[in-house]
Write a protein that binds this ligand. Structure first.
Ligand code: HEM
Length: 510
């Protein structure tokens, strides 16, 4: 592209932006939009959104403008919901019109658009979600308990063998091992699959940070050659695309081949493929349904591994920083479970303090600090404010879980805030009611996540003491910025609590 064509291109972009802005102004004129920070006349608030921890900036704005903050981003009008009330009112109660997703160029370029997590609210999305729900609702996840036990016990044994070093990395394998086994029947430990998922999810996570990629606001930039300054997003997409493709295709093709030669292990993918074969054999719809099955499996694999793994890392950090909480949690497990066996799923209802620890993990450092963007399908009005069709709506979950009115002293890890007289207090907001999103888009993997995390947390506490690295300086660990956030470091080691604990682990996992 020569410099003349390039200049014409930028002039065209500016003209398009101007026209879009004019159109938007005309549509919203005379209407009372939600309040928000004043922005640049062309770029709106784009340049004001920090690329690191934008939820803190959203929090700051909410103190000035209230719990519904309007951001003017080129092309996309966005509102940030900063209170549970506004999020429940709009995303839950009006979910019939708040369940769409914004279109994203980066999803297309990286090929993440296979994922129903980002599909428009449509029949196609519903077909994906129905398959997913069928295998992950509360009534079926007990079927995966053996897989979960196996993954958690392997982790415990591995930790004993390597003297408790680097649990932050090792703990992540639990969740990728579980999901790869549930989804594809592949019994593996970590390594290639975990790496593929983590790499793909890094892109998934980064491309959804508001303000991260200009091309989302000026889609015609995608037609510029990749060598131009400011067009690095193309290189970024090219880098991640092969990982994403391999993540979706490789394990799926393995299951298909195994089914054909009669060697497939039980798995969600195998069951889906059998169901499709029975219902659609020889019809034109068979290939389409198989594509949906592949997408569902590929997303489950990606969505499950990274999120729950990050929550487990937050748990380790909390225990290392708050040894008195750790001791209390261990004491509760000892009273209920005793020293003669490892904790199991059935213990959950007798362990309110552990439940409170898990709630505090979701609250203290939310691993999805701002919800996946929703989009409004019709013009709407809320508390007298006009919300135009197409507006992107983001629930600032971090803000909700750090509201000092709801959670006093929010930076402190304090599970007791959820308890009254030794029981869970129903008057305190359960963080899982916002951490897993809202309405018709609510996370369909939350039951599996809760069960896997429960077994991980109780088994670690029963077997090990979690110690802060002596050379760690500081009193906090920062979180990476992304749709899915993870601690930048997990400065702790595990110390075996007793020979009895070791014997229990060796017995179950041999
Ligand atoms: C700590 C763990 C997890 C957290 C905090 C979490 C959080 C979320 C959030 C906030 C959303 C977006 C909801 C919305 O749009 O309002 C979501 C969507 C989703 N999650 Fe999770 N999740 C977790 C674990 C899992 C697991 C284990 C799975 C799979 C087994 C999973 C599968 C999904 C899927 C498929 C969607 C897309 C739903 C849709 O758009 O229809 N998640 N999750």
């Amino acid at each position: 592209m020569n410099s003349l064509t390039l200049s014409s291109f930028w002039v065209t972009c500016a003209a398009i932006l101007g026209l879009l802005y004019k159109g938007w102004k005309r549509r919203t004129e005379g209407s009372k939009l939600p309040p928000g920070p004043k922005g640049h006349f062309i770029f709106g608030n784009f340049l004001q959104i920090p690329s690191v921890a934008p939820w803190l900036k959203f929090n700051e704005w909410s103190k000035i403008y209230g719990d519904v903050v309007l951001l003017r981003l080129p092309i996309q009008t966005t509102i940030i919901l900063c209170s549970t009330q506004s999020a429940f009112d709009l995303l839950d109660k009006r979910s019939n019109i708040y369940s769409d997703r914004p279109r994203s160029v980066m999803e297309e370029l990286t090929t993440w658009d296979f994922s129903f997590a980002f599909m428009p609210y449509s029949l196609r999305w519903r077909r994906h979600r129905r398959y997913f729900h069928q295998y992950f609702h509360q009534g079926v996840i007990q079927d995966y308990q053996d897989i979960q036990r196996h993954a958690v016990w392997s982790f415990l044994r591995g930790m004993i063998d390597n003297k408790g070093n680097n649990p932050g990395n090792e703990v992540r394998n639990i969740f990728s091992d579980i999901i790869i086994n549930v989804m594809y029947g592949i019994n593996t430990t970590g390594d290639e699959y975990a790496y593929l998922a983590e790499t793909s999810v890094r892109a998934f996570s980064e491309i959804h940070v508001p303000g991260m990629f200009w091309v989302e606001y000026l889609p015609s930039l995608r037609h510029l050659p990749g060598w131009l300054p400011g067009v690095q997003f193309k290189k970024y997409a090219q880098h991640y695309k092969p990982y994403i493709q391999k993540m979706i295709n490789q394990p799926f093709d393995m299951v298909k081949a195994a089914l054909e030669n009669g060697t497939a292990s039980p798995s969600v993918t195998a069951s889906l493929l059998k169901e499709i074969e029975e219902k659609y054999h020889g019809t034109p719809q068979q290939a389409e349904e198989e594509e949906i099955a592949k997408n569902v499996a590929g997303l489950g694999y990606a969505a499950a591994a990274d999120t729950t793994a990050s929550a487990a890392q937050v748990f380790l950090i909390a225990m290392a920083f708050y040894p008195e909480v750790q001791k209390k949690a261990q004491a509760e497990i000892e009273t209920v479970v005793g020293l003669g066996r490892l904790p199991d799923f059935g213990d959950g209802e007798h362990l309110p303090y552990i439940r409170a620890v898990m709630m505090e993990v979701l609250r203290w450092k939310p691993v999805v600090p701002f919800d996946t963007p929703h989009a409004v399908m019709e013009d709407d009005e809320y508390r007298g404010m006009f919300i135009p069709k197409g507006t992107i709506v983001i629930a600032n979950v971090w803000n909700m879980l750090h509201d000092p009115e709801v959670f006093p002293d929010p930076e402190t890890f304090n599970p007791s805030r959820f308890l009254n007289d030794g029981k869970l207090d129903p008057n305190i907001l359960d963080p899982s009611s916002v951490a897993f999103g809202f309405g018709r888009r609510i996370c369909p993997g939350r039951h599996l996540s809760d069960a896997s995390l429960f077994l991980t947390v109780t088994s670690i506490l029963h077997t090990f003491d979690i110690l802060l690295d002596p050379d760690f300086r500081g009193n906090d660990v920062e979180m990476l910025t992304g749709l899915i956030s993870a601690p930048i470091a997990v400065p702790c080691t595990l110390k075996l609590r007793s020979q009895t604990a070791e014997r229990l682990v060796r017995n179950v996992s041999d």
